[in-house]
Design a protein around this ligand. Structure first.
Ligand code: CUA
Length: 233
C-alpha cells in the first residue's frame, strides 16, 4: 500500500493475482462494449437516414439479444472459476483465528499454546514518524510466507469484516458464526487491511497489519511469544 494509489494494490497472494487478471479481463470487455456503443451513437447522430415504415427487424433483434448473452458467458465462466478457487482449502499448515470486537481485532494461533493477543490501532501521538496514520496496529499478525494458511473469522459483538486487499481476502465476522478462508502469502513485507463492515463509531479505526516473514522467523517469533506472552515486544 502506498500513497495516491488509484487502482488495486499489488497482489501478495496467488488468488489476488488471479483476481487482478479477472478485473482487467472484465474491464477489456467493458471497453469493447463502450467503444461499440459510442461508435453506433455517434454514427446515428451524424447521418440523416430515416425510415417511416420500419416497425421491426427480426434478424437484428435476435442478434442483439444473443450477443450480450454470449459476452456474459465470457465473464461468468472465469468468475465462477475464481469463486470456487477461493473457496478451496488446500491443506493448511496452520490456522489463524480472528475475532472482531468494537473496535479492535483479536487473534488466536490455535495450533500453539497460549498464543493470542489483541490488535489495536496505534494512536497518532504514539506512532513513529514513518508509520502509516490510522493504519498501524500495536500488535501485528505475524504469518509465514509460502505456506497455505487457514483463517477463521468471527465476531464478539456486532458484524465486522476482516479485509486485506493485497491477499484478496474479505470475510465477514458474524457473531455466532465461524467463516473460513484460505490464502498463502507469496512475498515478505507488511500487508495492510481494514474492517469493511460498518460496525459503529470507530469502524474506521480497527486496521489489520500482517507481517509476512520466512518460516524460520515465524518459528522464532512463536517460541519467543510462548516463553513470555505478556512482554514479547
Ligand atoms: Cu469493525 Cu467496521
Amino acid at each position: 500500500a502506498t500513497w495516491l494509489n488509484l487502482t488495486l494494490q499489488d497482489s501478495a497472494s496467488p488468488v489476488m493475482e488471479q483476481l487482478i487478471f479477472f478485473h482487467d479481463h472484465a474491464l477489456m470487455i467493458m471497453l469493447m462494449i463502450i467503444t461499440a456503443v459510442f461508435y453506433t451513437m455517434i454514427s446515428i447522430i451524424q447521418n440523416k437516414q430515416t425510415s417511416r415504415f420500419i416497425l421491426e427487424g427480426q434478424m437484428i433483434e435476435t442478434l442483439w439479444t444473443i450477443a450480450p448473452a454470449i459476452i456474459l458467458v465470457f465473464i461468468a465462466i472465469p468468475s465462477l472459476r475464481l469463486l470456487y478457487l477461493m473457496d478451496e482449502i488446500h491443506n493448511p499448515v496452520m490456522t489463524l483465528k480472528t475475532v472482531g470486537h468494537q473496535w479492535y481485532w483479536s487473534y488466536e494461533y490455535s495450533d500453539f499454546t497460549k498464543l493470542e493477543f489483541d490488535s489495536y490501532m496505534v494512536q497518532q501521538d504514539d506512532q513513529p514518524i514513518d508509520a502509516f496514520r490510522l493504519l498501524d496496529t500495536d500488535n501485528r499478525v505475524v504469518l509465514p510466507m509460502n505456506s497455505p494458511i487457514r483463517i477463521i473469522v468471527t465476531a464478539a459483538d456486532v458484524l465486522h469484516s476482516w479485509t486485506v486487499p493485497s491477499l484478496g481476502v474479505k470475510t465477514d465476522a458474524t457473531p455466532g458464526r465461524l467463516n473460513q478462508m484460505s490464502f498463502s502469502i507469496n512475498r515478505p513485507g507488511l500487508l495492510y487491511g481494514q474492517c469493511s463492515e460498518i460496525c459503529g463509531a470507530n469502524h474506521s479505526f480497527m486496521p489489520i497489519v500482517i507481517e509476512s516473514v520466512s518460516t524460520n522467523q515465524f518459528i522464532n517469533w512463536v517460541s519467543k511469544m510462548s516463553e513470555s506472552p505478556m512482554d514479547w515486544k
